[in-house]
Write a protein that binds this ligand. Structure first.
Ligand code: HEM
Length: 156
């Protein structure tokens, strides 16, 4: 296995596979609960590959998924480039401080058929042995507000 690129060291606490549960809300939709699996991996280059997929907690059917790359800049700043099967692409910038990554979008683009999303904010933080993650979004004409939060435990 490749050695971790030194620039990725502040993100080492994320590396591995995580599984847990989450809950989502937005004023335009029904509340929902989900099961999430996320992975963070490296190949020795200065990025961390990230993937996540979710299932409905009641029916087990697939819900949201996303994949992308965390790009630490070596000075506490982090970039994230991310794609979703719903036709949305996010570019985010932020920081890693201790065991917390905080990011805000600099651009959100959608394909012609994607639902309109204009901004996102994300937080991923390790709380003891629980990896917590939250997303806020400005979508379908609404102001930036909370959408999902989850808590996951390390599988590997
Ligand atoms: C764990 C992550 C997420 C889960 C489990 C999740 C799940 C859901 C569910 C179940 C709905 C309602 C049904 C539907 O429209 O499909 C929904 C709506 C939506 N989600 Fe998410 N979502 C997640 C993250 C995101 C992210 C990161 C974005 C955008 C960057 C996003 C954008 C939207 C939009 C635009 C809607 C439609 C709202 C509407 O139609 O009024 N979601 N999401």
């Amino acid at each position: 296995m490749a050695e971790l690129h030194p620039v990725c060291a502040p993100l080492a606490f994320l590396l591995g596979t995580w599984q847990g549960t989450g809950a989502g809300i937005y004023p335009t939709i029904e509340d929902f609960s989900y099961i999430e699996e996320a992975s963070f991996a490296h190949v020795g280059k200065p990025f961390v590959a990230y993937g996540q997929k979710t299932r409905d907690a009641d029916t087990g059917l697939p819900l949201h998924a996303e994949a992308g790359y965390l790009r630490p800049q070596g000075d506490g700043r982090v970039e994230l480039v991310l794609v979703q099967p719903s036709g949305i692409v996010e570019l985010l910038e932020g920081t890693v401080e201790g065991s917390t990554v905080q990011l805000a979008s600099t651009a959100v683009l959608g394909t012609a058929s994607a639902k309109p999303v204009t901004a996102t904010e994300r937080r991923i933080w390790l709380d003891g042995d629980v990896l917590r993650s939250s997303v806020a979004m400005a979508a379908v004409g609404r102001e930036l507000q909370h959408h999902v939060v989850s808590e996951m435990y390390r599988l590997s």
